[in-house]
Design a binder for this molecule. Structure first.
Ligand code: BGC
Length: 416
């Protein structure tokens, strides 16, 4: 009998400890699956582990989060939402409108988020006055990544204008190397498009056409000129670009097979993960012609409503950790992005990171920051996807530049 009681006590203790561990776990749905992204994710996992919060991983690859959002919808429909979800811009607002997200106001007030998160991000992190997501970073999409040795070998200086960029790519192409490393996926074409719109018409065209969705601006000659530049770029990608993942395109620049990649600063995470040093091995610069303007996006973690008190506590702790200045520095140094808080020093950041932080501050002061079209910070998903469709169809030769501009007007109108 004593033995039985002892065994029962043991079982009970085991159950209690297991459920305690489980309750403090967070299940995190995200799309950080490349080498550089995984390294950044580890910074987060370890930070949480230090506080006794376990990690249940739910990765769904694909930049822009389209596939992750599809999986999320299925999980929520099945009544089994993950506790924490990486999300971008308008997707956060959509879920908030559905009443699916937890209220983080308590932790936000305790930690003073209102004072340190830029208003442009708060517009996405808050809904009806409630904090519903914790921003982990700010990325920008209008960057070019270049292999320094390849440029030196071919006598190419860092291009500062569109024409110089085209001439540089031509030189690389003539040498037999790939000029532009690109992955033919709709979100990657849209990411390139962000920078090209800024290079043609600056923030004025960008806002009129893609934020205000003004039909005249969308169908304008300037937008046709954007598509012409996309066609020029199409002429510099290799034959195998179709379907290639973005990190494999980064790898082509890292290993010297290609000279340039136009991609957000998550690409820097790949270079760093490969042991490359900015300024020595690779260069980072804005899409020529877009200098001074930034198309930005912020990865945020939204917490889905749960009833279990321990799970709620784990969510609050995760949000608190994400927003701590030390974490924002450590994470973003690895991820390639810059902190979502305005009060984090730039000391730990490399040259590209320091440049990004300075440009972000200048952009905020000069009103030259716009939300990324490709990454859900300019429009709701329906409009974003309509733009993807036209941009990618054009890139693959379905329309000429003028027709693409016309198609854009129709597609955007139908999607609203
Ligand atoms: C995310 C980045 C991510 C990239 C590629 C973007 O949508 O904001 O954090 O690294 O996609 O996966």
């Amino acid at each position: 009998m004593r033995k039985l009681t002892k065994n029962l006590t043991l079982v009970a203790a085991l159950l209690a400890s297991t459920s305690a561990v489980r309750a403090a776990d967070v299940e995190v749905l995200h799309w950080w699956t490349s080498g550089g992204e995984a390294a950044a994710l580890n910074v987060l996992k370890e930070d949480l582990a230090g506080q006794g919060i376990g990690w249940n991983d739910m990765p769904v690859a694909g930049g822009g989060g389209e596939s992750a959002m599809t999986v999320l919808r299925a999980r929520v429909t099945a009544g089994d939402p993950p506790t924490a979800v990486q999300m971008l811009g308008f997707d956060i607002q959509d879920w908030a409108e559905e009443g699916a997200l937890a209220d983080l106001n308590l932790v936000a007030a305790e930690e003073g988020w209102d004072a340190v998160v830029p208003p442009a991000l708060q517009a996405f992190s808050k809904h009806d006055g409630k904090w519903i997501a914790a921003p982990v970073n700010i990325h920008s999409s209008n960057w070019v990544w270049a292999n320094k040795a390849v440029l030196e070998e071919l006598g190419i200086a860092q291009p500062t204008t569109w024409d110089e960029f085209v001439a540089a790519m031509q030189k690389v192409k003539d040498s037999g190397k790939t000029a532009l490393a690109h992955g033919g996926q709709a979100w990657q074409e849209a990411t390139v498009f962000d920078g090209v719109v800024l290079s043609v018409g600056g923030v004025d065209l960008y806002r009129k056409a893609f934020v205000e969705l003004d039909p005249e601006a969308l169908g304008s000659d300037e937008i046709a000129a954007v598509f012409e530049r996309m066609e020029t770029l199409r002429g510099f990608v290799d034959d195998n670009f179709s379907g290639r993942d973005w990190n494999l395109a980064s790898a082509m620049v890292i290993n010297g097979e290609a000279a340039f990649q136009i991609m957000g600063d998550w690409a820097k995470g790949e270079f760093l993960n490969a042991g490359k040093v900015p300024g020595d091995d690779f260069l980072c610069f804005r899409v020529p012609g877009s200098q001074g303007s930034l198309s930005i996006l912020s990865d945020q973690f939204a917490m889905f409503g749960v009833t279990d008190e321990d799970a709620k506590a784990a969510q609050a702790e995760m949000a608190r950790s994400i927003m701590s200045p030390a974490f924002q520095s450590a994470f973003n140094v690895v991820k390639g992005s810059v902190p979502a808080r305005t009060d984090v020093p730039d000391e730990a950041f490399d040259a590209c990171g320091k440049q990004g932080m300075q440009e972000l501050a200048e952009g905020a002061a000069n009103d030259t920051l716009v939300g990324s079209i490709a990454h859900g910070h300019a429009n709701r998903a329906s409009v974003k996807n309509a733009i993807y469709d036209v941009v990618t169809a054009h890139f693959n030769g379905e329309y000429d530049a003028q027709t693409a501009a016309e198609e854009l007007v129709t597609a955007v109108e139908l999607a609203q």
